[in-house]
Design a protein around this ligand. Structure first.
Ligand code: PLP
Length: 406
């Protein structure tokens, strides 16, 4: 059988449009495709591959667990799940953990828990959920409807009700929609898919105060920001604000699918047996990999290294921008970095990504105007330097003449 990009169009649902390149191997921050071409990985599987490719700690954990027990389902618990939950609760505000298989599912659990908590505590009128424009919370119909991007949620028929959207970083707009009927406010402490937009410190504190005033739960979606991505174990830890529920996924499994919802014992008590569940959630393989990943990331030296790498990226991108003048702003935290194009080049982020791939560099976009970088938290400095050289070569091909003429 010939396995190539053409086969994708023959056998796959066309909801994705992947490039010709099919990677077959990865090590650290480098990957190789079917032809043996090498790429530096600034994409990190969309903020997932936090330890790079095939890091020995999760590889060993997976190998060892794969010879013990693979699956028991939610009718029984298992050792890796219990150990991981203990470590997550020890390291965060949370006292209880629910395991899922993805970020979307962790959010689905958080939203259902908030509704059930409000129903039990205050009655059926307290069901409003508020999130923010441009937010992204995943693709189940509840999660995508709570997300603030109609392009993802429209066209699927009637949406779940009692969902409202305010403007991110605009407290007055939240004040206008929040009320005693609000059961939860869901937000990303730094919007990822929406364009790498950080929450202002006063805004995030104001959201917490408004939730307290109206007895609403504050849910932080840390699916993209969590597990070291911002240079802190979780972004909330650097915000001065503690949520009531936190969702985490992506980097939690370093590439093995797992998600988790963290909360307090009092709130968790509303998800009684039978109220929610998942056949695979808390699977021993996933939890063993996540435990080894968590042990590696939950380390002050590693987290300081993320902040140092942030500075290297920022400096490198600034010097490229000094030569080409294509970015309006380079922003983000830790290794969640976005470079927004100037108005003159608006809409060309995808083109840059494609040009970068031709130069042997994988990166991402966050919307049409922002090039996004979410590499391994352990990416070697030499790979950052070489990757930025390749990035500059791509920029030169696309914008060199413009910059020289200008
Ligand atoms: N929430 C946030 C903030 C995300 O960035 C994403 C994915 O990009 C999700 C939820 C959905 O996660 P998953 O794709 O694992 O379902």
């Amino acid at each position: 059988m010939e396995v190539n990009r053409a086969l994708f169009d023959d056998v796959m649902v066309p909801n994705y449009a992947p490039p010709e390149v099919i990677p077959v191997r990865g090590k650290g921050s480098r990957v190789w495709d079917q032809e043996g071409r090498e790429f530096i990985d600034f994409a990190g599987g969309i903020a997932v591959s936090c330890l790079g490719h095939c890091h020995p700690a999760p590889v060993r954990a997976l190998q060892e667990q794969s010879e013990r027990v693979w699956h028991l389902a939610n009718v029984m618990t298992n050792e890796p799940a219990l150990r991981l939950a203990k470590k997550l609760t020890d390291a965060t505000f949370a006292e209880r953990v629910y395991f899922a298989n993805s970020g979307t599912e962790a959010n689905e659990a958080a939203l259902k828990l908030a509704r059930r908590w409000a129903f039990n505590e205050y009655g059926e009128d307290k069901s409003d959920i508020i999130s923010f424009e441009r937010s992204f919370h995943g693709r189940t119909f509840f999660a995508v409807s709570v997300g603030g991007q109609k392009v993802y949620s429209d066209g699927f028929g009637p949406k779940p009700g009692a969902i409202h959207h305010a403007v991110y970083n605009d407290l007055a707009s939240l004040e206008a929609v929040i009320s005693d009927k609000t059961c939860a406010v869901m937000m990303e402490p730094l919007q990822g898919e929406g364009g790498i937009i950080d929450a202002d410190p006063e805004f995030i504190r104001g959201v917490r105060q408004l939730c307290d005033k109206h007895n609403a739960l504050l849910i932080f979606d840390e699916v993209q920001t969590g597990v070291g991505r911002t240079g802190h174990l979780y972004a909330y830890m650097d915000s001065g604000v503690t949520p009531d529920i936190l969702t985490t996924a992506k980097a939690l499994g370093a590439g093995f699918p797992i998600g988790a919802m963290l909360t307090t014992a009092a709130i968790a008590s509303h998800l009684k047996p039978g109220t929610h569940g998942s056949t695979y959630g808390g699977n021993p393989l996933a939890c063993a990999v996540a435990e080894a990943t968590f042990d590696t990331v939950n380390d002050l030296t590693l987290l300081a290294g993320v902040r140092k790498r942030h500075d290297l990226f920022k400096a490198g991108l600034a010097s490229i921008n000094a030569r080409y003048g294509i970015f309006k702003e380079v922003r983000g935290k830790g290794l969640l970095i976005g470079a927004e194009l100037v108005d003159e080049h608006a809409g060309r982020a995808k083109e840059i990504l494609q040009a970068a791939m031709s130069e042997g560099l994988l990166c991402l976009v966050a919307g049409a105007n922002v090039v996004r970088f979410t590499p391994s938290l352990l990416i070697p400095e030499a790979d950052i330097e070489e990757g930025l050289n390749r990035f500059e070569a791509a920029i030169d091909k696309l914008f060199g003449q413009v910059a020289k003429a200008g």
